[in-house]
Write a new protein. Sequence first.
Length: 261
Amino acid sequence: MLFTDHFVEVDGCRTHYRRAGKGTPLVFLHGAGGAPQVLPFMERLAQRFEVLVPDAPGYGQSDEPAWLENIHDVAYFYLDFLAALKLEKALIVGTSMGGWMAMEMAVRNTSRIASLVLVSPAGIRVEGGASGAEPADIFLLSPEDMTRKLFYDQKYAEARLAAPVTPEGIDLQLKNRHTTARLAWEPRLHDPMLPKWLHRIDVPVAIAWGKEDQILPVAIAHELKRLLPQAELTLFERCGHLLVQEKAEEFCDLVERFACK
């Protein structure tokens, strides 16, 4: 499925997004590493949905607007993005930081959102310092350690580490890291105000998590399920943080099944 590149100005931010497919709109919100390329799971989903993959403000080919200060700004931006593209009843799929952004959107306004699929999302923490529930400090990990911790199956890490990196690619990585630090440095990878408003999410929610996630441990999945008792939780065996790559087919099956409910 051929994805095409587009730009749209939203809230004064020139925003890059890719688009392919027809049908129900599915907006994929990327994580801290951005969405530098079209991945197999996106192509598979584009056979069933109209898939849009935007670069969040400050990431990839999108502008880094002066107003971007925190995760709440991104939530309002993405709500305006849906309105600018006149998307209705959209399925929002967010992974890691993108899952956090999706929750922040949905506690504010679900008028254009049909449902959420949250894939190992950041945004909340397990209170009380439970053992094995602390997220990895992504700001202290070396690039190689970070890459290895993203995957359970190290063949994916090896492939990523072996891929040539261009100067332009390095610049984008630095840009993405800068924006992630702006949004998630303090407090680390969560919004302490978010849990008390999760009850405002009034659309169906599916949560997907890799059992061997070394970035956001699976204990956080159980806490999120506690906070969203009506959500559907699916845990993937022998799978790390980048579930959409390690379990691409099973993940797409989940999204397609969930969208048909």
